[in-house]
Each structure stands twice: as C-alpha cells, then as structure tokens.
Design a binder for this molecule. Structure first.
Ligand SMILES: O=C(O)CCC(=O)C(=O)O
Length: 275
C-alpha cells in the first residue's frame, strides 16, 4: 500500500520534495554508519572517488536500505508500482574538509528520461544546518532545466561542480533530518548544501534514483535491480542483490557499473572530475 497521503503527494507536487519520512530507527541508522565505516577501514579505497557510487551492490546492509519497504511505499506513491533501483551514492562530509554541493538539478546530466523518477536521501547521521544539510529551492522543479556552470571545484561533491548561479540561499529551505529519516526529491528541483561546520561526520546515502520501469537512460548504460513490480520495458541490465559483503563477483559487477556511470556523468565533457 503506498503510504504517502493525498496531502503529502500534493505537497511533493507543489514543493518538489517531501521530508521528513521516518524509515530507520536510530539504532538501524547506526548500523548503516558502522557498515560504511567498516568498509572505509578495511578497504580504504573502496568508497573513494567513483567508488562512492553503487555501494549497494557490494554491501548487503546498503542493499537492504535500498529495498526498504517504507521507502518503496513512499516512492510508489510518486512513480507507480513498477520500480527499479538504478543507483546509489554516498554523500559524506567530514568535519575537517570543505565539501559542499552547489545548487543544481539532478536531471541536468543524468540522462534518465522521462522524469518518472525520484531521488531518496537517507540521513545516516543527523543532517542539519550546522553540518551542511541539503537545501531545497521550493517549487523550482516546475520550471525548465537551467544553465549549469561547470566549475570542477575541488571541494564540490558534484561530478562536474555543476552550478546554477545566483540562487538566493535565504530563499531555500533546509531539509533537517534525524538519523534514519529520509527525504524524496524531484528530478528538476534546484538543491544544494553547504559546509559541515560541526565536529561530526555528515553522512547521506542517496538512492539516485528510484526509476519507473518506463524510464530509459539516454546517455549510456545503467545496472538496475527490481525493487517492486515488473519490468516489461527491459531497457536496462538487471543485476542480483548482494548476499555477502565484498563478494568477488559483486565487486566486478560494481566496477563495470561505475565505469559505465562515469561515461554518463561526463558525457559531452572534455574534463573528468574526481567522482
Ligand atoms: O548530500 C548532499 O548534500 C547533496 C545530495 C544531492 O544533491 C542529491 O542527492 O541529489
């Protein structure tokens, strides 16, 4: 049963995002954090650079989050019952680093069409104004895609440092989430996030994105998993869900998936960024 109420769906349509949605308990979120930190410690290069993508293909715990029924209920309310997980990205801001995310629209460079998709962002740690939570420019999803300046700044957590200039920060709304809570945002909403000025890590696990089976990838190839319903369109290669951490075959699949993803991210660009 889809679980967003009529009012919540209306709010999503009006604002371009919805939050907070309770998904995991504090303890479950802590378990996800521990898994990420265990991988970082045991395989220090695994989640760096391009490796921050598709981590759900090598971690059963991140996979379980991506297939969480509470998330899928909410997603189903927005994109319908035939749902694929088409990718995940870890957005980690360490307190001693200057990481930020410039204002952008996800749909600009990702090649997923039509826009029957939604991005879910799970707060693995608390996410608030002090540690650089996402900020949404409400209602901006109703307008066309904007020009993005490709800045490739070293501290920008976006691939090309793609930036929509002159977005008034005081007109954007912070998405404040407790660890375990989720936000869902529209492909064309303008959003970004500032620096982590706290003393703790800010960790977000973005399922980017949940796509309807009718959504094609017009710039390249993606590797998907069936989350709900049926895929009668068969646009994409389906991959299996991991049953153990860092299984050898899953590592190979993820490597291929990330190589293909990089081609999508930098399609038409002369320069390649660090992710
Ligand atoms: O983690 C962030 O601050 C930004 C993430 C983002 O832009 C996204 O998930 O679309």
């Amino acid at each position: 049963m889809p679980n967003l109420s009529h009012e919540e769906i209306q709010q999503y349509k009006e604002d371009g995002y919805i939050a907070p949605i309770d998904v995991l308990s504090k303890e479950e979120a802590e378990e996800v954090k521990k898994e990420i930190e265990y991988i970082e410690k045991k395989w220090p290069d695994e989640l760096k650079g391009l490796g921050r993508n598709y981590a759900h293909l090598i971690s059963p715990i991140l996979d379980k989050v991506s297939h969480n029924s509470k998330i899928l209920d909410a997603v189903e309310s927005i994109i319908g019952k035939d749902i694929l997980v088409c990718g995940t990205t870890l957005f980690i801001k360490n307190p001693d680093k200057k990481g930020f995310v410039s204002f952008h629209q996800d749909a600009k460079y990702i090649g997923l069409e039509p826009y029957n998709w939604v991005t879910a962002w799970l707060a693995v740690t608390d996410s608030n104004e002090k540690n650089g939570c996402m900020r949404m420019y409400k209602g901006s999803h109703k307008k066309d895609l904007k020009f993005h300046n490709q800045k490739f700044d070293e501290n920008n957590l976006l691939t090309r440092g793609q930036t929509i200039e002159d977005i008034p920060i005081n007109e954007s709304t912070p998405v404040i989430l407790k660890a375990g809570q989720l936000s869902l945002h529209h492909p064309t909403i303008i959003h970004g996030s500032g620096l982590n000025k706290s003393k703790e890590r800010r960790i977000g696990f973005a399922i980017q994105s949940y796509i309807g089976t009718n959504v094609d990838e017009v710039l390249g190839k993606i590797y998907v998993q069936q989350a709900r319903g049926n895929d009668t369109f068969k646009f994409h290669e389906h991959v299996k869900r991991p049953t153990e951490l860092m299984n050898e075959n899953d590592i190979k699949t993820r490597k291929k998936a990330n190589e293909e993803l990089s081609k999508i991210f930098y399609s038409g660009s002369k320069k390649i960024g660090k992710f």
